[in-house]
Design a protein around this ligand. Structure first.
Ligand SMILES: C[S@@+](CC[C@H](N)C(=O)[O-])C[C@H]1O[C@@H](n2cnc3c(N)ncnc32)[C@H](O)[C@@H]1O
Length: 258
């Protein structure tokens, strides 16, 4: 019998990951972290690898992407080859809480919808700072409780969200993590979710052809795997977005300088 897949297994199989704010949030993070030609960049929790390939292609940087999931790293490598940037982008399986890099290596370390997942978020942020060069930037784009306290049903929804066990924080909590890791010149920008913009953002990141590929892989997975059929059914039953979500839940860009 197959192991029961979780949300990230599914995302890695079909080759689609996302973060709130889409490409716009990525561009904001890039600008605020002074990412440009000649910079060496680490994307922690790179998922299907859209951001590393985008940065390498658009800005001519060398980029390393890490993710805890082997499947995500395979998707990322395929994407980099497809996009013709495999010579500038490399990928490794690694946990945000224990990065396999020496101190003071990267000009910028970014994460998009990742740091909400590790058990020890402070340890993860400390790792981002450790591998950043003095004067370099650490930038996070992360889900955020915009209004507190969130109702218990929303906390439960987030912690069971498609079995991904996301644990959003408030903007104050995120800033505390950056400050305790020793970052200065902290910048905070928080945003509400705009559902239409989110849908457009996914299309912008993957394109029509990319979305068609995701659809084909989803259908093929559904047809051949009973475990994924059970997963899709469960998500359909439990994954209904709570009505009052927008009032409480959004995302924030948080960054600081080492
Ligand atoms: C919501 S996805 C976002 C992926 C990507 N950043 C994007 O914007 O498309 C979260 C990613 O974080 C990865 N992840 C979760 N926990 C992690 C950890 N402790 N270390 C590294 N990656 C992790 C997951 O495997 C997944 O690919």
């Amino acid at each position: 019998m197959e192991n029961e897949p979780n949300f990230f297994d599914f995302a890695a199989e079909v080759g689609l990951t996302k973060h709130l704010g889409g490409l716009g949030a990525t561009e904001e993070l890039i600008e605020l972290c002074h990412i440009g030609e000649g910079k060496y960049v680490l994307d922690v929790g790179c998922g299907a690898g859209v951001t590393p390939s985008f940065i390498a292609k658009r800005y001519g940087c060398r980029v390393v992407g890490v993710d805890i999931s082997e499947g995500m790293i395979e998707r990322s490598e395929e994407r980099a080859k497809r996009e013709g940037v495999a010579d500038r982008v490399e990928f490794r399986v690694a946990d945000a809480q224990e990065l396999p890099f020496e101190d003071d290596l990267f000009d910028a370390v970014i994460t998009e919808s990742v740091t909400a997942f590790p058990e020890d978020k402070q340890r993860a942020v400390n790792e981002y700072v450790r591998v950043t060069k003095p004067g370099g930037y650490v930038g996070l784009s992360e889900s955020t409780w915009l209004k507190v306290p969130p109702p218990p049903e929303l906390v439960a929804w987030a912690s069971q969200d498609l079995s991904a066990n996301v644990k959003p924080l408030t903007s104050g909590d995120w800033v505390g993590l950056l400050e305790r890791a020793g970052l200065r010149e902290i910048v905070v920008r928080t945003y509400e979710i705009d559902t239409r913009k989110e849908a457009k953002g996914i299309l912008q990141r993957y394109g029509c052809r990319g979305m068609l590929g995701v659809l084909c892989r989803t259908l093929s997975l559904y047809a051949r795997s009973p475990a994924y059929r059970r997963f899709v059914k469960e998500v359909g039953e439990d994954g209904v977005t709570p009505e009052n979500l927008d009032e409480y839940f959004g995302y924030g860009i948080y960054l600081g300088r080492k």
